[in-house]
Design a protein. Structure first.
Length: 160
């Protein structure tokens, strides 16, 4: 008779350090699912994706609670005025702006990931390189006129 093998533990609970395994948060999982839906919708739309993208962005902005909604509306206007070459689209459920299909910048509501501030981010496709160190995301608690001018200049530089 063979000796009994020990019971196996699920890989879920096993770690090298004994700490609980930490995976994606519910908010992160929701964002990934949102991105999957976006990709499927873009594939279905084909060439119309660019025109429909603005409607998707405006719908996402309308879903945001204040004060993020007001900031997102203002940022949308700034991006459109500063860089008309960018196409609005959603990206992981966030308003984003792309050039040649590549996201250049995006707005993340503070509410989305329960952060204390909203975020204006730039991808690696943004032409913001300055030396060996430069910021690629900006925390936003409010938008002043000076902030709006700076953002407009950043967006213009990002697509140059």
């Amino acid at each position: 008779m063979r000796p009994k093998k020990g019971t196996r533990k699920s890989a879920k609970g096993a770690t090298a350090t004994g700490n609980a395994v930490k995976g994606f948060t519910d908010d992160e999982r929701a964002a990934m699912k949102e991105r999957t839906r976006e990709l499927k919708a873009e594939a279905r739309r084909g060439r119309r994706a660019t025109q429909d993208g603005e409607g998707d962005v405006l719908a996402k902005i309308a879903e945001m609670p204040e004060p993020d909604r007001a900031m997102a509306e203002r940022l949308h206007a700034i991006v459109k005025a500063s860089a008309p070459v960018l196409s609005p689209r959603t990206w992981y459920g966030m308003p984003a702006y792309a050039k040649d299909g590549n996201v250049v910048c995006f707005f993340q509501s503070g509410h989305k990931f329960k952060a204390r501030y909203a975020l204006l981010g730039f991808s690696d496709k943004a032409n913001l390189d300055e030396g060996s160190l430069w910021p690629v995301a900006y925390a936003l608690k409010e938008l002043t006129v000076a902030d709006e001018l700076r953002i407009g200049a950043l967006v213009k530089k990002a697509v140059s």
